[in-house]
Unconditional design. Structure first.
Lengths: 466, 195
């Protein structure tokens, strides 16, 4: 995606909204997931205390990141895990490639890792002649379609079963027109089983890395991370450094929150703790910075690093639900993606903090209490100050500021505005005017409030004087 | 400077100063409920099958009447040698690809989410509960605990190379949010709750 010209969120959202029926379906499907989250959260009497506790643990992690990372590395090494450090996406990809080269691996199976999406690992390895197969069903589907995932937890949520059926018919030879999810899943299961059995290397993400013990935890429902890792000679686990938590006992807090927030399940089917490699096998952990240390240094935005990637903010977001994950042109979409992406590249992602109504629903559902909507608002200030917003918007805002700051100009602008809208509506109600998109302009009042007030306050004064 | 030193230095310069103390976890997990009933309800809700049994004979009888005995059944539980083989734990893990049913024991179960804690000393092989078509796990009723907080109290500093919580059969809803059991791991899970 990096090489392609980026289509801004608003434009991509407009395209997404052309198919009304499909947008409504997308909206309802994600809202359904949000409702499942609510139902599940409401069954836990201490839910709010859990969120607060998780938030405090993560605050502690941010304040002690240096020491916890050093502890994690030392303890992981004691366990026989090989630890690597990558300053950026390029170094991450090179490290993974060098491990595969060392073992003469040409094919790798991968479970869900948004970090490798962020680093565009698949493309990098493909260029080096290494084939990567994504084993999470949703990721497998979008990979066959040569699309990025549209959601961090539900990668193929933008697709209907008819789309999946078409894709599988084309690539796996499934029956044309058979849309049964059971049948389609079974077909993928059979295909991927062979993949698991024949790959010498498996790559997984990391949900939590524990400083105290040097182990890491990977959560899946499908069991695909485990199928890959336990059958391969080499297991590579890639993590952004913010995945750290201090102690094993803290998993009790996070595992209670993660799946309930994500899909409403009480826990993922598998929560696998990898501490030591099997005899004669290797586990590598790649710790990645890629801009995170910069974000850690921004007091207004560092809280975004508390994220545990549950996706609740996306499921609840009225903009995400009606614009789709791809409109965010970033590995992580939705509200959280919109506060992470500008840190990676301000000019490329300047549109994203504006893809929000600032309604605050994301903040309300976040299991680690990230102030997402406040950060969206703050990013807007930063982006304007640093000149990353479109010139038309800057001019409009500056003009507005001048008008609002000067009563005479304001009066005149109001008068001429009313005159134009009344007598030459075409000047306003046209395609050039963004405010007119999907909106009717209001009816023009005879006079402004100021004029009305002047008149009426005089009248009421006169009445009082009588 | 190596990437490691560079990253750690940047983090040191960037991380917020000031105290952010770790919260007290002891205040969590005080929920009161019947752990056995909760366990069974939650397990059923996520597609698993709870089965109360008095002893291993009942486990054997259930397996005999519900699974094809002519197919490959493996276990790590010596009491089940009548219906399952025990000599597979040193085999190449790939050779388990034709296993129909794996029967293992869990250290304990968590009522709030029906998760069962297993580690490689009782798994036989790490891949065993994943590669099998069907999975059966035995847990003692007295080893059911209410929440994940008690779970980690119980795990404490337990030493293991690999450990996992298993809650229900493998599943996916990646196609239009339709739940399908049996994604890559076991298609079905029966949990024997033993007296």
């Amino acid at each position: 995606m990096s090489s392609k010209k980026i289509i801004e969120h608003s434009e991509a959202a407009t395209r997404f909204n052309k198919d009304v029926e499909r947008v409504n379906w997308h909206d309802e499907t994600l809202w359904f997931v949000r409702e499942k989250r609510d139902k599940s959260a409401n069954q836990i009497q201490d839910w709010e205390l859990l969120r607060e506790t998780a938030s405090q643990i993560k605050n502690n992690v941010l304040a002690n990141m240096h020491d916890y990372l050093s502890d994690f590395e030392a303890n992981a090494q004691k366990n026989g895990i090989i630890v690597h450090w990558a300053a950026d996406a390029k170094e991450h990809n090179e490290i993974v490639h060098s491990i595969l080269q060392k073992h003469d691996v040409k094919q790798m199976v991968k479970s869900k890792s948004m970090l490798t999406e962020e680093c565009h690992l698949n493309d990098y390895l493909a260029d080096k002649g290494i084939e990567v197969i994504d084993s999470d069903l949703g990721e497998y589907i979008v990979q066959l379609r040569k699309e990025p995932p549209s959601h961090i937890v539900l990668p193929a949520i933008h697709l209907k079963k008819e789309d999946v059926s078409e894709t599988f018919h084309e690539h796996l030879g499934t029956e044309k027109g058979n849309f049964d999810p059971q049948y389609l899943t079974e077909s993928a299961r059979r295909q991927l089983r062979d993949t698991f059995l024949t790959r010498k290397a498996a790559l997984t993400g990391v949900n939590f890395a524990i400083a105290e013990t040097g182990e890491f935890v990977v959560c899946t429902n499908e069991g695909n991370a485990d199928m890959g890792a336990h059958l391969a000679d080499v297991h590579i686990a890639c993590m952004g450094f913010e995945k750290l938590i201090p102690k094993r006992e803290h998993l009790g807090v996070f595992l209670r929150l993660l799946a309930r927030s994500a899909t409403g399940q009480p826990i993922t089917t598998f929560s696998s703790h990898f501490k030591k490699p099997r005899d004669g096998k290797e586990i590598h952990v790649v710790i990645v910075d890629n801009g995170r240390s910069t974000q850690l240094g921004r007091p207004d935005f560092r809280n975004s690093l508390k994220c545990i990637r549950c996706g609740a903010c996306m499921n609840t977001c009225p903009v995400y639900r009606r614009s789709g994950g791809h409109s965010y042109h970033n590995a992580v979409a939705g509200p959280i993606g919109s506060i992470l992406a500008p840190n990676l590249d301000m000019s490329k992602n300047a549109d994203l903090p504006f893809a929000s109504t600032l309604c605050g629903s994301c903040t309300n559902v976040c299991p680690v209490k990230i102030d997402i909507h406040d950060q969206l608002y703050k990013w807007r200030q930063v982006l304007v100050k640093e000149g990353h917003t479109p010139t038309s918007k800057t001019i409009a805002m500056k003009t507005m500021a001048t008008v609002l700051a000067n009563p005479t100009v304001f009066n005149l602008a109001g008068k001429s505005g009313r005159f134009v809208m009344k007598n030459m509506p075409g000047l306003v109600n046209n395609k050039m005017n963004k405010w007119y998109d999907q909106r009717e302009m209001p009816e023009v009042p005879e006079e402004s409030f100021r004029e009305w007030y002047k008149k009426n306050s005089r009248e009421s004064k006169a009445k009082k004087d009588e | 400077m190596s990437s490691k030193a560079e990253i750690l230095q940047k983090i040191k310069n960037s991380q917020p100063s000031g105290l952010a103390e770790l919260p007290n976890l002891k205040v969590l997990g005080s929920e009161q409920f019947d752990v056995l009933e909760m366990y069974k309800t939650v397990l059923r809700n996520i597609g698993g099958n709870p089965k109360e049994v008095a002893d291993y004979n009942e486990v054997i009888a259930y397996i005999k009447s519900n699974y094809p005995l002519e197919k490959r059944i493996i276990t790590t539980v010596p009491e089940l040698s009548e219906i399952a083989v025990l000599d597979w734990t040193n085999d190449d893990p790939h050779s388990l690809q034709n296993v129909e049913l794996t029967i293992i024991k869990a250290h304990f179960g968590v009522a709030e989410n029906s998760a069962l804690w297993v580690t490689d000393d009782i798994l036989g092989q790490r891949v065993a509960p994943f590669i099998t078509q069907y999975l059966a796990i035995i847990v003692n009723k007295k080893d059911l605990i209410p929440t994940m907080h008690q779970a980690y109290d119980r795990i404490g500093n337990q030493e293991y190379g690999f450990g996992t919580f298993i809650a229900g059969p493998s599943k996916t809803a990646d196609i239009e949010q339709s739940l399908v059991l049996g994604a890559h791991g076991a298609r079905g899970l029966v949990v024997f709750l033993m007296d």
